[in-house]
Design a protein around this ligand. Sequence first.
Ligand code: AMP
Length: 254
Amino acid sequence: MRVLKDISALNSWRRNQEEMALIPTMGALHAGHMGLVSKAQQAVDTVLVSIFVNPTQFNQSSDLDSYPQDLQSDLTQLDEAGIAAVYVPDYEQLYPHGYRFKIAENELSKRFCGAHRPGHFEGVMTVVMKLLQLVRPEYVYFGEKDYQQLQLIKAMVKDFFMPTQVIACPTVRDKDGLALSSRNQRLSDAELNLAPMLYQTLIDDGDLESKKSRLQSLGFQIDYLEVYDDRLMAAVYLGDVRLIDNVPVAGKFI
Ligand code: AMP
């Protein structure tokens, strides 16, 4: 597996590839990320994974500081999975002028997670735009776990006529239903026991108000629980860890 650390190494590797897929990640890889990896590998010969904890999408420096990182374990998992190459840039490479230019969107990015994390999606869209411009992949893979992010990236790619196809992958969950997330590592044992109740509450019967009161009585602090498209989407806090999830609702609340 090639570990590409700078743009010139990336460019010379890319010149020798034909059709390829990119999987952007922030590392601390788990089975959710590896689900994207195996789906991409089934469809495309060459898969590049990027690992970059993107500071511009963190609206709280404490969240950035405590974001889990384990590059060695990430590289081992990707090597064992048979990934062709990993791109691990640093901040100066991706932001040669600092955060001077950014991608902004005026509708969906202001709602749900965007309403609670100002600037978050600008950071996400900006770094994804940079990675797509650098790598120019035929395909880019994103998880439905981050449903709002997925919809924004799809819209951005279409709006800027980018020649990359966005592929969505279903959310990978623990057997108790908890959506896998790098942030789960920060939950205490007690919080980890409680966390699957978020998914359980989303899929159980009941209207939005009864789901909200159930979550609150269990000890979750709710940022939002709302329907968008055909999805019931939620963001909650357990202690200081923010969890998001979404499930299809097939017109139930609409
Ligand atoms: P992150 O490292 O959190 O930025 O995630 C990188 C990619 O993996 C994003 O497209 C996420 O939506 C996706 N992802 C993260 N967790 C999961 C999961 N549990 N199931 C499916 N995709 C996931």
